[in-house]
Design a protein around this ligand. Structure first.
Ligand code: PLP
Length: 369
């Protein structure tokens, strides 16, 4: 039984998303018996030596790739990005009347802010709804409060296709970043942030594992009234960083992604260079046919990860998606809140995928323009 590489498509899904072929092949090779254990990773005890080594290696690789110092805890949790929207305010808002600043740059920034008012006062430091989240705040537009427990932002808005290149200066207030759809797509200076979190299924693995990087002093200073699984303190204090059975297989896949980034890509600087090249290929063809395609994001805010654009009308959008599929270009339909087309060009999308898409976009614009 060989891999069916020939039958694979270029999958532009926003998440769960395409995985690097070498990672899939390694999973396949390991599946029946992981390194002589006679069992798959899914069947390993989470307290056994073999799995603990997988978990430790995964965390060590994350630390190396992102240059994470020991001032930060790295947790591999369940519950996705969504659960972090709850855990953050639950742990970091410690007293009545406390507030946190949220920078609302798209669907995910907004949904992060929706759970917050259960725990404290929400300050909308920026609300991009006036432009339907097509651009990012200028530094002077942020209404930050010096007493805030933290500032929350979404570094890449997966649905609206806008991405920060520079991060706001929040002074002594810790900045917490939802980097779900871009973690490890470029270097990130973690020391500038109070914390960074990401669900794995976009750029860092498969669904089921959430990477939480959080400054230890924030965890220590956190609320003591947080129940069990929701408490960061309980997680960092538990034996082997395992409060309960962690998502073992997803953690293993995240480890393989990290290994691929280190050994085949050669680190995050290289990954960023490749990602910029791919994004340029797609945005160039968009701009070349600017009478036909309309991008959602203002140019300076354009995401390197999710290119969101429209053809002249909803009928041609549908036709684009259907015809693209015949060229092995899959999952290009835009998210329901915006419509149009969305091409997610994450780490694992090969340059050839971006080129094939660009060629198709060019042909489609000529045929239907
Ligand atoms: C996908 C996504 C989430 C939600 O992740 P879940 O794992 O579905 O909870 C949160 N934030 C961003 C930026 C995302 O792209």
């Amino acid at each position: 039984m060989s891999t069916t590489v020939e039958t694979r498509v270029f999958n532009f899904s926003a998440g769960p998303a395409t995985l690097p072929l070498p990672v899939l092949e390694e999973i396949q090779a390991d599946l029946m018996s992981y390194r002589g254990t006679g069992m798959s990773v899914m069947e390993l005890s989470h307290r056994g030596k073999t799995f603990i080594e997988i978990q430790e290696t995964t965390i060590a690789r994350l630390r190396e790739l992102l240059n994470i110092s020991d001032d930060y805890a790295v947790l591999l949790l369940q519950g996705g990005g969504r659960l972090q929207n709850v855990m953050l305010p639950m742990n970091l808002i410690t007293g009545p009347g406390q507030s946190a600043d949220y920078i609302l740059t798209g669907y995910w920034g907004v949904s992060s802010s929706e759970d917050m008012p259960h725990f404290g006062r929400l300050n909308k430091a920026f609300d991009g709804s006036f432009c339907n989240y097509s651009r990012l705040p200028q530094p002077g537009e942020l209404k930050l409060e010096s007493q805030a427990a933290y500032v929350h932002m979404t570094s890449n808005e997966t649905i609206h296709g806008v991405q920060f290149q520079d991060f706001p200066n929040t002074g002594s207030v810790p900045l917490i970043v939802d980097a779900s759809s871009e973690l490890m797509s470029r270097p990130m200076d973690i020391s500038k942030f109070g914390g960074v979190y990401a669900c794995a299924q976009k750029t860092s693995g498969i669904a089921g594992c959430t990477i939480v990087i959080l400054r230890r002093d924030l965890i220590e200073r956190g609320s003591d009234r947080v129940p069990g699984y929701l408490s960061y303190k309980k997680h960092v204090e538990s034996a082997d960083l395992m409060l309960n059975t962690p998502p073992t297989f997803p953690i293993y896949v995240t480890g393989l992604i990290c290994k691929w980034l280190q050994q085949e890509i050669g680190g995050l600087e290289n990954m960023e260079r490749i990602n910029r090249e791919k994004a340029q290929i797609v945005y160039d063809v968009l701009d070349r046919h600017s009478g036909f395609y309309r991008g959602h994001a203002d140019r300076p805010a354009r995401s390197l990860m999710n290119a969101v654009f429209f053809t002249p009308n909803a009928q041609t959008d549908d036709l684009f998606v259907t015809e693209a599929r015949k060229h092995l270009l899959s999952d290009l339909k835009g998210h329901r809140v915006l419509g149009g087309i969305r091409a997610s060009i994450y780490n694992a999308m090969p340059v050839e995928g971006a080129q094939t898409l660009a060629q198709f976009m060019n042909d489609f614009a000529i045929r239907h323009g």
